[in-house]
Design a protein around this ligand. Structure first.
Ligand SMILES: [Fe+2]
Ligand SMILES: [Fe+2]
Length: 260
């Protein structure tokens, strides 16, 4: 199978935005596949790891060059990274819009799957934001602990209620729309998100909790909140295709901490 053929298979069933970012980012689309690497971000480290493994193709979720459409000036870091990618010989495709915009968005699907939560997911009016109704009531503290143990997130941050049992959870993984609207809705108890505007979202949750309302914002980090969708994609590709090998290449979180 060639790289473009696999990409066309993967995007089946999804919808793109009018102008999609899901395009060939580097390399030869006709490359024959023996090894396919999947990751969240094409960081310098993941490019090197995928190349070392001998990957022919790298599938990423996020931009490689710090802009949604990769329309960026040739800054020194961009030029150096572009050279690294060219030298790797890998074919890189981005799988983002088609992944989110389908009957079942594969990012929350992966997050819920690896968190091991049981419940029902429903669409909201906001792009890439969902409601999850958890079968078993759970506290924000319990959820955060699970994120650290099951998803390997180093520091999950909690604003607002920590120990109130909840079932109405908004899934705002990455940086989607409608986070404040969901957080301030009476029908939402906990919001899970990747990145958050602290003065608005976190402080709202803190005040709401202090005033006796069951409300929590949990910030997972952008990578922590989406990479398990890509992990699930790699798992499915390896189960579906035996003519090439598939591997998820770990994209570590962007921040480091003083106690590690
Ligand atoms: Fe994202
Ligand atoms: Fe995403």
């Amino acid at each position: 199978m060639k790289a473009y053929e696999l990409f066309n298979e993967i995007i089946k069933g999804g919808k793109a935005d009018t102008k999609t970012c899901d395009t060939l980012k580097a390399g030869d689309p006709n490359k024959e596949l023996k090894k396919v690497a999947v990751t969240m971000f094409a960081t310098v480290d993941t490019i090197k790891k995928a190349q070392k493994w001998g990957a022919d193709m790298l599938i990423v979720h996020e931009p490689t060059y710090y802009d949604h459409f990769e329309e960026i000036d040739e800054l020194p870091v961009v030029a150096m990274k572009r050279k690294l990618i060219e030298e790797s010989g890998m074919t890189i495709y981005r799988y983002h819009d088609y992944m989110h915009h389908r009957d079942v968005d594969q990012i929350p699907e992966g997050e819920i799957y690896y968190l091991g939560l049981k419940g029902r997911t429903e669409k909201t009016p906001y792009s890439a934001s969902y409601m999850f109704y958890c079968d078993e009531p759970i506290t924000a503290y319990e959820l955060a602990t699970k994120m650290e143990s099951e998803l390997g997130i180093k520091r999950v941050r909690i604003a607002g209620a920590r120990d109130k049992k909840s079932t109405k959870i908004a899934l705002c993984f990455g940086t989607p729309g409608g986070v404040f609207e969901l957080l301030s809705s009476e029908d939402v108890e906990i919001v899970l998100t990747g990145e958050a505007c602290e003065w608005k979202l976190a402080e709202y949750a803190r005040d709401a909790d202090a005033l006796g309302i069951n409300k929590t914002l949990i910030v997972m980090g952008h990578i922590g909140s989406e990479r398990d969708g890509m992990r699930l994609l790699a798992k499915r590709l390896s189960e579906k295709y035996t003519e090439f090998e598939t591997r998820y290449i770990e994209c570590t979180e962007v921040y480091t901490y003083t106690d590690e």
